[in-house]
Design a protein around this ligand. Structure first.
Ligand SMILES: Cc1cc2nc3c(=O)[nH]c(=O)nc-3n(C[C@H](O)[C@H](O)[C@H](O)COP(=O)(O)OP(=O)(O)OC[C@H]3O[C@@H](n4cnc5c(N)ncnc54)[C@H](O)[C@@H]3O)c2cc1C
Length: 431
C-alpha cells in the first residue's frame, strides 16, 4: 500500500482545493485532488467576482492565461423600495489595469482552469468521484473512502465547500444552524456585449458589479447582485436561510419578482436565461469557523467558513485561495518535521493569522452581527429612497431646507434619532 500513499488527498476541486493541490504539486509532492462533479467547477456557483490579490501571489499575472470575463471598473450599490431606488456608483479605471483589482468570471471555466494548473504541476485529478468517508486509524485521519475504494495519505485536506461533510466526519465541525448560512440563487442571462456595456456605461470590456438591498428580499436579511460578464450578466439573490424559513418564502419566487422589478428589468431586458443554479453561503464569519485541523486533516475555504460578507462586498474566493495555499504550506512544514499530528499541523493557524484570512475575519468579527439588524433591509432603504425622492421633487409645495427634509423622513420612518445614531456608529466602527 505504501506506493499508493499520497502526501495529501484533497477533497473538492473548487478554488481552495485546486490551489492547495497546485502549491503542493509544484513543490514535488504526491497529491490527489478528488472532485465529485464531472469536471472541476461543473457543480460550483458564486455571485460573480473574484478579487485578484490572492491568486496573483501564487500564479503571477494569472489574468494572461485564466478564463476571465471582465475587469470590474464600476461598483454600484442600489437601495430598492417599490417604485423608488437610490444608487451610489463608483468608477475607478486603475482597477482595470495590471495588477487588476477584481474580475468577473464563470466558475465552470475558471475552476476547470485552476484544476488544470494543479494537474500540469503534477497533481493527479480524479473527477466524478464522491468521497464518502474518512479512514481513521487510532483517532488519526489516514485517508479517504470513495465507494469501494480506499486511498491513503499523510494528510487529507477538506476543501469540500459549505457544510463540509468531511470536516464533520473528522469531528472538527458541526452541521451549521440556519441563521449562519444564506441560500443563493443565480441566473446567467445572455446579452450582446455592447448592450451590457451601454447599460452600465462601460468602456470596452470593462465590467460592473451591482448590489441591491431592500425590496428585492422583501426586507429579509440578504440582497441581490448583478455582475456583468462578456456576453452575459449574472443576476441573483442571497437570503439568510433562517429568515427564508421563518417568512415561508420560496427563493425562486423572490427571484422572479426581482427580475421583474422596475429597476432591475431594464438591465436584463431582451436577455436569454442560459443557466440557473443555487448554493449555500456560510456567512456567520468567525462564529462558524470550525476546528481548522486535527490529526492528519486540515480544513480550507468554505468548509472552514472563510467567507466575508460586509453588505457592500462579498469575499470568498480570495479566502479560499489563500487558505488553500496556507494548508499546502502547513502540510509541507509538517512533512519536513515528519509530524502530521494535530500538533505538527498547528502551523496552519499561524500561517492563516499571518495572512489576510484570519486577520480580516477577526477585524470584521462584528460584521455578521451588524447584518442581523432588520432595519438595514427594511427601514434604511425606504428612508433613503424617500429622502432622495423628496430631494428631487418639485411640485409647488412650500420649500424646506435639507435638514428639515431629513428630519421629516426620519420622523415618518419612526426610526428615532438614537437608533439611527447607534446603527450609524456600529456601521462606521464594525464594517
Ligand atoms: C450566491 C453566492 C454568491 C457568491 N458571490 C461571491 C463573489 O462574488 N465573490 C467571492 O469571492 N465569493 C463569492 N461567493 C463565495 C464563494 O463562492 C466561495 O467562498 C468559494 O467558492 C469557496 O471555494 P471552496 O473551494 O472552498 O468551495 P467550493 O467552491 O464550494 O468547492 C467545493 C468543491 O468540492 C466538491 N465536493 C464537495 N463534496 C465533495 C465530496 N464529498 N467529494 C468530492 N468532491 C466534493 C464540490 O463539487 C466543489 O467542486 C459566493 C457564494 C455564493 C453561494
Amino acid at each position: 500500500m505504501a506506493e499508493d500513499k499520497f502526501t495529501a488527498i484533497i477533497v473538492g476541486a473548487g478554488p481552495a482545493g485546486s490551489t492547495a493541490a497546485y502549491v503542493l504539486a509544484k513543490e514535488g509532492h504526491e497529491v490527489l485532488l478528488i472532485e465529485k462533479g464531472a469536471q472541476p467547477g461543473s457543480k460550483n456557483m458564486f455571485g460573480g467576482r473574484m478579487y485578484c490579490h490572492a491568486l496573483n501571489r501564487i500564479i503571477p499575472n494569472f489574468w494572461e492565461e485564466a478564463p476571465l470575463e471582465r475587469p470590474v471598473a464600476r461598483e454600484i450599490i442600489t437601495l430598492l423600495d417599490g417604485d423608488q431606488s437610490v444608487s451610489v456608483s463608483c468608477q475607478d479605471l486603475t482597477w482595470t489595469r495590471p495588477p487588476y483589482h477584481s474580475f468577473t468570471l464563470l466558475r465552470a471555466e475558471f475552476d476547470a482552469w485552476l484544476a488544470s494548473k494543479a494537474e500540469e504541476a503534477g497533481a493527479m485529478v480524479a473527477c466524478n468521484i464522491r468521497v464518502d468517508d474518512l479512514l481513521i486509524d487510532s483517532g488519526r485521519v489516514v485517508g479517504i473512502r470513495a465507494g469501494e475504494d480506499e486511498m491513503l495519505a499523510d494528510v487529507v485536506i477538506a476543501a469540500d465547500g459549505a457544510n463540509s461533510v468531511i470536516a464533520q466526519k473528522a469531528g472538527l465541525a458541526q452541521m451549521f444552524a440556519p441563521h449562519q448560512v444564506a441560500t443563493g440563487v443565480k441566473e446567467i442571462i445572455e446579452l450582446p456585449p455592447e448592450t451590457i456595456s451601454q447599460r452600465f456605461q462601460l468602456d470596452g470590456n470593462n465590467g460592473a458589479a451591482q448590489l441591491f438591498v431592500g425590496a428585492c428580499t422583501k426586507g429579509m436579511q440578504g440582497g441581490g447582485f448583478l455582475y456583468t460578464n462578456k456576453n452575459s450578466s449574472s443576476l441573483g439573490l442571497v437570503v439568510n436561510a433562517a429568515e427564508l424559513q421563518r417568512n415561508q418564502y420560496r427563493l425562486p419566487d423572490l427571484m422572479e419578482d426581482f427580475k421583474t422589478h422596475p429597476h432591475v428589468a431594464p438591465l436584463i431586458e431582451g436577455g436569454r436565461v442560459a443557466e440557473y443554479s443555487a448554493h449555500l453561503i456560510p456567512e456567520a464569519g468567525l462564529a462558524m469557523v470550525p476546528q481548522l485541523y486535527g490529526d492528519g486533516i486540515v480544513v480550507v475555504g468554505d468548509a472552514a467558513g472563510f467567507v466575508l460578507n460586509l453588505g457592500y462586498l462579498v469575499r470568498g474566493m480570495d479566502f479560499a485561495i489563500a487558505s488553500g495555499e496556507a494548508a499546502a504550506r502547513a502540510v509541507m512544514a509538517a512533512k519536513s518535521q515528519g509530524d502530521f499530528s494535530r500538533q505538527g499541523l498547528g502551523i496552519y493557524r499561524k500561517i492563516l493569522k499571518e495572512s489576510f484570512v484570519l486577520r480580516d475575519l477577526e477585524f470584521y468579527r462584528r460584521a455578521p452581527e451588524f447584518q442581523e439588524n432588520p432595519r438595514l433591509f427594511q427601514t434604511y432603504p425606504r428612508l433613503a429612497t424617500a429622502f432622495a425622492s423628496r430631494l428631487f421633487t418639485v411640485d409647488g409645495s412650500p420649500p424646506v431646507h435639507l435638514l428639515q427634509k431629513i428630519l421629516r423622513e426620519i420622523k415618518e420612518s419612526r426610526l428615532g434619532l438614537s437608533r439611527l445614531a447607534i446603527d450609524g456608529w456600529r456601521g462606521a466602527t464594525w464594517l
